[in-house]
Design a protein around this ligand. Structure first.
Ligand code: UD1
Length: 415
């Protein structure tokens, strides 16, 4: 059992925080390296648990993953990489399902253990499997594994019923090494998709249109290793921006791509915060009070589901009532019962949460139920009167690099 994360609230965050490389871009690009023989060097891959688990999975497949002295990640992929992910590791990480497209592309077969990860909804893989099958893969679900064989692969049109991030990524990876043209319609448009496309193009792939809902991929015969820098983490940035506003703080958030942050900036500004570009970063200053706002989570460029819980924590002390609609993952309200233990007044009805602002939260012992819920409880703890102990803090460390030290540097009392 890991020590709870203990935070004494009531101290405004002040100063600068440097944002790490994006977790979700790092994970998918790491998965994509199995298609690239030789040594790929990745810059800006954060030191977080999810990255460690995926690195362990890659090693089990026969790759050599090394954190270099300069902090970059070296991934050496031999020709005879194995095609089956190990159950014990894969069940810890949802993103291990991204090895399906890459292994199938490279080895023409894959056996992927149905993945685990945060429990935020049923998270099926039907769209991934439909897409891979459209390119000619024979896919079977058996004994908790997805088994896929290449059959005769050839590019095709794939329409996604929903712009799933993971499905778009798996199809892009397989298509990169599939003869002919593939077109993904209603593709996900997240910045991490664009980063994957940029990586695949850097290693010799031919992908156009990433970042729009129509991605065109011309298959190539092989990919060649290179060096690539991962984009900054917009969700980590949004988390510190929200924490700055929640604590009445003033924080310069450095190493960000501001356009990726427009959805969260717009909502924080509606709550009364002042945000402007300064010295290449974003300076976030809390307003005199927190105004209520309504939020609907949507695929990018809508408001990200990965920042919904953090906003809920902030709005729990707004001057009025906010309505939050979660359209992406059905279990993202599991943290409501925890934050209510700190005095929040929130009613959940299906996909909708009604958050009635209270004057203040109080420290309590609470439990992180997933990664973003953990971050949200940390924000609640930073605002609360007294001390909060967050159990299961490992959820937070799955996705936030140096979480405690970054908060301490901003003046938080993390005990
Ligand atoms: C990725 C991110 C996650 C983020 C999410 C939405 C990674 C490692 N994780 O997750 O942090 O919250 O995007 O931005 O990048 N769905 C289906 N069938 C499928 C696939 C998905 O019904 O085959 C549903 C899911 O259950 C969910 C919704 O589509 O309700 C969105 O899922 P998706 O976009 O695929 O998210 P992930 O790729 O799992």
């Amino acid at each position: 059992m890991e020590e709870p994360l203990t935070i004494e609230g009531g101290h405004p965050l002040q100063g600068r925080v440097r944002i790490s490389g994006a977790k979700n871009a790092s994970l998918v690009i790491m998965a994509a390296t199995v298609m690239v023989p030789g040594e790929t060097i990745l810059e800006n891959v954060p030191c977080i648990r999810d990255v460690e688990v995926l690195a362990d999975i890659l090693e089990c497949l026969g790759a050599r993953v090394t954190r270099l002295e300069d902090g970059n990640l070296s991934i050496y992929v031999p020709d005879d990489i194995k095609v089956e992910t190990p159950y014990e590791l894969a069940k810890k990480l949802r993103a291990s399902n991204l090895l399906l497209g890459s292994l199938l592309g490279k080895k023409r077969e894959a056996r992927i253990c149905l993945p685990g990860g945060c429990d935020i909804g049923s998270r099926p893989m039907d769209l991934h499997l439909k897409g891979l099958a459209a390119l000619g893969a024979e896919v079977r679900l058996e004994h908790g594994f997805v088994e896929a064989r290449a059959g005769k692969l050839v590019g095709n049109r794939v329409y996604l019923d929903f712009p799933s991030v993971g499905a778009t990524e798996n199809i892009m990876m397989l298509a990169a090494l599939t003869p002919g043209y593939t077109v993904i319609e209603n593709a996900a448009k997240e910045p991490e998709i664009v980063d994957l496309a940029n990586f695949l193009n850097a290693v010799g792939g031919k992908i156009r249109g990433a970042g729009t809902d129509l991605i065109r991929i011309e298959g190539v015969a092989e990919l060649k290793a290179t060096r690539y820098a991962v984009i900054p983490d917009r969700i980590e940035a949004g988390t510190y921006m929200t924490a700055a506003v929640a604590t009445g703080g003033d924080v310069l958030v450095e190493n960000v791509i501001p356009t990726h942050l427009y959805p969260i900036m717009a909502k924080l500004q509606e709550t009364g915060a002042v945000i402007r570009e300064e010295n290449g970063g974003l300076r976030v200053q809390a307003g005199a009070e927190i105004l209520p706002v309504d939020i609907k989570t949507l695929p990018y460029p809508g408001f990200p589901t990965d920042l919904q819980s953090q906003m809920m924590a902030l709005l729990s002390v707004a001057r009025g009532t906010s309505v939050i609609v979660e359209n992406v993952f059905e279990n993202r309200f599991r943290m409501v019962d925890e934050i209510k233990r700190m005095g929040a007044r929130i009613k959940v009805e299906g996909h909708t949460a009604v958050v009635e602002g209270v004057p203040r939260l109080y420290g309590a012992r609470v439990k992180a139920t997933d990664l973003r819920a953990g971050a949200a409880l940390a924000i609640a703890a930073l605002m609360a009167e007294g001390v909060t102990e967050i159990e299961n803090p490992y959820y937070i460390y799955r996705g936030y690099e140096n979480f405690k030290s970054k908060l301490r540097n901003l003046g938080a009392r993390v005990i």
